[in-house]
Design a protein around this ligand. Structure first.
Ligand code: GRG
Length: 312
């Protein structure tokens, strides 16, 4: 039995509505960089408006709304989270890192605009995120200590102990065999840190008590790991054994993934366990926690219900 019910919640509709609100807010935040003027601005927009699901900023808004926050005050911070995500993907796709030609079914930024421009667009997005959060207009709407907390949370998640550190560990792991604790550590930093920060930033800006922040932090931690395991399970192409996935760039580069270390069955069981653990943390929020419940189920659900051939 799942510990929190969200069966009546229309998650598809909710995600659609929220991602359109976030797209509009991103348009507003990036309005100073008109797409047509300078190549750098075109690359920025290419990275941000190319079909991302906006899961992280949606988590930020959903966490803040638990505590009755007005989404319009939270949106700049949600945008900042998405810009960090967009930067990380542009840089991750570069030849020096994952060397990917496609992202969301489209040519990667460096394939379209060249490596130098893609590198600079990532740098600009990273910096822009912090400009947006520290903008005086934005900061005036909220208590200064909340704004500072949000900035620190995002800096921590993006930095050497988060995304960048996780990516560095991942790079080193290509050179050697890795065990499960190492794979988890990479996932927790590379993928989990930003998802955790997305939830914590929303909770902090919403004014969560210490106890509620602790529950939501555990939810974010479980969800962050679940997100990566689900992604790796979905990536284990339909009908092809994990060991044989030659066409996936992650496998070509001998990337450490959860299914490749423990196998599909155990990875799926771990994902189901993480989903239950994350949902348990939301029990106390009752109806107000429904969006977060539904998001966790949405992220984990598709990958848990894959069969061994990788089909639904
Ligand atoms: C380059 C500093 C730096 C970090 C890179 C995020 C990352 C670290 C690498 C990206 C590649 C990868 C496999 C990341 C794991 C996280 C993940 C599954 C990202 C994709 O997230 P989605 O599905 O992306 O939310 P969309 O396309 O919806 O925006």
């Amino acid at each position: 039995m799942e510990s929190n019910s969200a069966s009546a919640f229309d998650i598809e509709g909710y995600l659609r509505r929220q991602s359109s609100i976030i797209d509009q807010a991103l348009e507003m935040q990036l309005a100073r960089y008109p797409g047509e003027s300078q190549t750098l601005f075109q690359v920025l927009r290419y990275g941000v408006f190319s079909g991302g699901k906006r899961i992280r900023p949606i988590l930020t808004i959903a966490a803040a709304e638990i505590f009755g926050a007005d989404a319009k005050h939270i949106l700049p911070f949600a945008c900042a989270v998405e810009l960090i995500h967009a930067y990380s993907l542009i840089h991750d796709d570069l030849p020096a890192l994952d060397n990917d030609d496609l992202r969301r079914g489209k040519p990667t930024a460096h394939k379209v605009y060249g490596e130098g421009m893609a590198l600079l667009a990532g740098d600009a997005l990273l910096t822009e995120a912090f400009r947006i959060m520290s903008d005086t207009q934005t900061a005036r709407q909220l208590a200064p200590e909340f704004v500072l907390d949000a900035i620190r949370e995002l800096a921590q998640a993006a930095g050497a102990l988060g995304l960048v550190g996780g990516q560095a560990l991942d790079l080193e792991a290509e050179e050697r065999d890795v065990d499960l604790p190492i794979v988890e550590m990479i996932h927790v930093r590379k993928t989990g840190a930003l998802i955790l920060a997305s939830v914590r930033i929303g909770a902090r800006l919403g004014g969560a008590s210490d106890g509620n922040l602790a529950s939501l932090s555990r939810y974010g931690e479980y969800l962050g790991l679940a997100f990566q395991i689900a992604d790796d399970l979905l990536d284990a192409n339909a009908g092809v054994a994990v060991e044989e996935r030659a066409e996936s760039s992650r496998m070509e580069r001998k990337k450490a993934t959860y299914p490749s270390v423990v196998g599909l069955v155990i990875a799926r069981a771990r994902l189901a366990e993480l989903l239950q653990l994350s949902l348990r943390e939301l029990d106390g929020f009752e109806l107000r926690g429904q969006p977060l419940v539904a998001i966790a189920r949405h992220i984990a659900g598709r990958a848990i219900h894959l069969d061994d051939a990788g089909t639904h």
